[in-house]
Design a protein around this ligand. Structure first.
Ligand SMILES: *Cc1c(COP(=O)(O)O)cnc(C)c1O
Length: 479
């Protein structure tokens, strides 16, 4: 069969393609530069929703880009926006965006092999190791996010406790493994136990104190009770930056318990672990260097574009034993493309993997740890400012302590159901396009929850959040 030039997917007309490519770059840079003037969020209109359900139709690159600009870009969640404060979403950066483009251009597969991208991932891992004070024997891996990183940590803990033969034999009937985390822990901890076959019944939810931190006395009691019942405690998951209020579990005391009992200490530091980069916050994470594994995200406080989760494991050899699989076609050699072992695929579930390390490498290199740390400290400073303003405003009530960058509060009014009011208020704020906090429930009370993660957020944006809350609160209670 004769090959025709047009059968390749590369452009037929490179000069024209370049013009279009530069237009696309300019458009997304314009979007980023002028974000503050756009609505934070707006719902997808019905006619567009219908349009997006149509079957595949071929278009030119120019047409596809126009559709992206008109139909997709305006209707995203808006977490790049300085007045977005919902959940815990990172803001992203233009540097990270460009690095992601370069990574896609290179189209590297980070499963392994002898290639510089693999060594870049290892370099980032060594930087991470230094940040957390982990030894040279520690291993690390980019994963999708902390949910996956928590799962990897759980499997490492299981493998250390039961021995590597558990990979063949599965779980013993007895004694049953037991894991511990606080009632404020993220749902992905329970999921990790579920998916690893240990089961969520093996997860003890330890009560928290009035600061939403795990109570260590209750942890010790639960472990003693389980041991007395013939169970086998194997894992404690402590959280740095709980998802509802941003609390930090007492890591040092929990590490003492784990050391004494020989239990694996995993830290869910999804957003909070990177507080290590801020000299004013790092001392509050003391004890993190004693963990067996740490899960965190570069895509939250680290501002790296989605997705860029990370798992760090103190015992790199054990980490490898928990995942590596022999496969003839993945055989390693001393030289050639199959050198450079061990590979990333020996430390996790994925074989084919994108080059997440590159956007992180660019972000850390171009901004530096110090500046990223300043951004993190600034978001905490803004949270304290918001807390102060709430306390100075009679219509507003703070509902939780502010340990890091998350503020939970509500609008109060004598004659209405406050849970109804604040649920409606958060929806009104989001639909206004002016600001976008989310909500949570604390001790049965619906809270407006502002998580300040974005490096673009300023005092002015916090003032806007307050003004909009008062405005919509008054509207909703006026009828
Ligand atoms: C965000 C978050 C997670 C989940 O991380 P993903 O990156 O979304 O998978 C887990 N734990 C905590 C405390 C979080 O804030």
């Amino acid at each position: 069969m004769l090959e025709t030039v047009g059968d390749s997917l590369d452009p037929e007309d490179w000069p024209a393609f370049r013009v279009q490519a530069h237009r696309m770059l300019d458009d997304i840079l314009d979007y980023t530069q002028h974000l503050h003037a756009r609505p934070v969020w707006q719902p997808l209109p019905d006619d567009l929703k219908a349009k997006l359900q149509q079957p595949l139709s071929e278009k030119t690159l120019e047409q596809a880009h126009r559709e992206f600009m008109n139909d997709i870009l305006p209707y995203a969640v808006g977490n790049a926006h300085p007045r977005f404060s919902g959940w815990v979403h990172g803001g992203g950066t233009p540097v990270g965006m460009l690095a992601e483009m370069l990574a896609a251009g290179l189209n590297a597969n980070l499963g392994g092999r002898s290639q510089a991208p693999v060594d870049i991932e290892r370099q980032v891992m060594r930087w991470v190791r230094d940040v957390f004070g982990f030894p040279d024997t520690a291993s690390g891996l980019f994963v999708t996010g902390t949910s996956m990183a928590n799962f990897v940590g759980c499997l490492c803990a299981k493998t250390r406790t039961l021995g590597v033969t558990t990979r063949q034999t599965g779980l013993p009937h007895a004694p049953s493994l037991m894991a511990y985390t606080s009632t404020a822990a993220h749902i992905s901890i329970a999921q990790a136990l579920d998916i690893s076959g240990i089961g969520t019944n093996a997860l003890r939810k330890i009560p928290v104190n009035d600061q939403y931190e795990m109570t260590v006395a209750d942890l010790e009691r639960a472990i003693a009770t389980d041991k007395a019942a013939g169970h086998r405690p194997f894992l404690v998951v402590a959280t740095i930056g709980t998802v509802d209020v941003g609390a930090i579990d007492p890591i040092e005391a929990i590490a003492d318990v784990c050391q004494k009992e020989g239990i694996w200490l995993h830290i869910d530091g999804a957003f909070g672990a990177l507080a290590m980069l801020a000299p004013s916050l790092a001392p509050r994470l003391k004890g993190i260097e004693r963990a067996d594994s740490i899960a965190f995200d570069f895509h939250k406080w680290g501002q790296v574009p989605y997705d860029a989760g990370f798992i760090l494991v103190r015992d790199g050899a054990l980490h490898q034993q928990a995942f590596a699989s022999p496969a003839a076609y993945l055989q390693r050699c001393e030289r050639g493309l199959s050198a450079n072992s061990p590979w990333a695929c020996d430390f996790g579930l994925d074989l084919s993997r994108g080059f997440r390390a590159l956007k992180t490498w660019f972000t850390l290199s171009v901004y530096g740890n110090e500046k990223l740390g300043r951004v993190i400290a600034h978001t905490c400073h803004l949270a304290q400012y918001l807390k102060q303003q709430i306390e100075n405003t009679p219509q507003l009530e703070r509902l939780a302590p502010v340990a890091l960058n998350i503020v939970c509060f509500r609008y109060t009014c004598a004659d209405v159901d406050l849970n109804w009011l604040n649920t409606q208020l958060v929806i009104a704020l989001q639909e206004s396009g002016e600001v976008a906090p989310s909500s949570t429930i604390l001790h049965g009370r619906v809270a407006i929850r502002a998580a300040i993660v974005n490096h673009r957020t300023t005092h002015h944006d916090i003032d806007t959040l307050l003004a909009c809350t008062l405005k919509w609160g008054a509207v909703l209670t006026s009828s």
